[in-house]
Design a protein around this ligand. Sequence first.
Ligand SMILES: Nc1ncnc2c1ncn2[C@@H]1O[C@H](COP(=O)(O)OP(=O)(O)OP(=O)(O)O)[C@@H](O)[C@H]1O
Ligand SMILES: [Mg+2]
Length: 294
Amino acid sequence: MSAVVWETNFPGLTLLSRGKVRDLYQIDDDLLLVATDRLSAFDVVLPTPIPDKGRVLTQLSLFWFETLRDIVPNHVLSATEFPAQTRGFGEQLAGRSMLCRKTNPIPIECVVRGYLAGSGWKDYRVTGKVCGIPLPSGLRESERLPAPIFTPSTKASAGHDENISFDETVARIGGEQAEKLRALSLEIYRRAAAYAEPRGILLADTKFEFGLVDNELIWIDEALTPDSSRFWPADDYAAGRPQPSFDKQYVRDYLERIGWNKLPPGPELPSEVVTGTRDKYRQAYLLLTGHELS
Ligand SMILES: Nc1ncnc2c1ncn2[C@@H]1O[C@H](COP(=O)(O)OP(=O)(O)OP(=O)(O)O)[C@@H](O)[C@H]1O
Ligand SMILES: [Mg+2]
């Protein structure tokens, strides 16, 4: 097992920010994105790291960026060779880092849902719609939607993201860009879901981010990971109830069970939840890529 990284420390590099999961550095005009082993649930970073998690997120993102590069260009410059300024930091970087093009992120989270779960299910039960999109009546929890839908949300710099309608998205970023994001997001989702299903994973929903650089639209951040998506085991799927999952749902279920109030600080995770979560992340990686995380 490679060393657990809770937080990186690279003296001499410019730290732009520490997100919930990633540490972001600027090197010349580029970004160095380092996925740590931090885990957030309900938008709170928990105090217990998950070994291998950062490497799974980065390696799985690289896999999808490469597999789907014909749909839209992505921000990856390299994940194996880094500028001279990073010399000596190899151990903290290895396997979990990407040198990326620095973009102006578009302030919309591009969510696509193929099934009714999470905030989509809650919204539907109250309104019969998800983010203003009307759906047939009588759908059950976790049910496959007649067709995948684009349900954007705001990118809140603090606190929870908020679901918004397509019209609201147009109001914020303009019609042309909104339509482009919707088309790209749906296309990426369709391709990824069709790839994952015969490999035993249903892609219930996922979130993409895009950025602009030199007027070019680029897929940024992470790609179709258990952090940005709901992965369900295809074998156990049945509508009408919540699904067991490969993703953070496992941790979320634990947190619900102990009755945590979802306010910081988050509780420590017991070792069986850490091990179970690590296994879930690694298993998702194995099923999707066809090989173990090295
Ligand atoms: N190529 C890129 N150009 C500019 N910003 C990027 C790029 N790729 C990723 N980012 C940004 O880097 C951050 C990644 O860090 P992390 O995933 O830990 O953040 P987060 O806690 O999810 O925060 P946020 O709520 O801002 O997404 C995100 O804010 C994302 O928008
Ligand atoms: Mg993020």
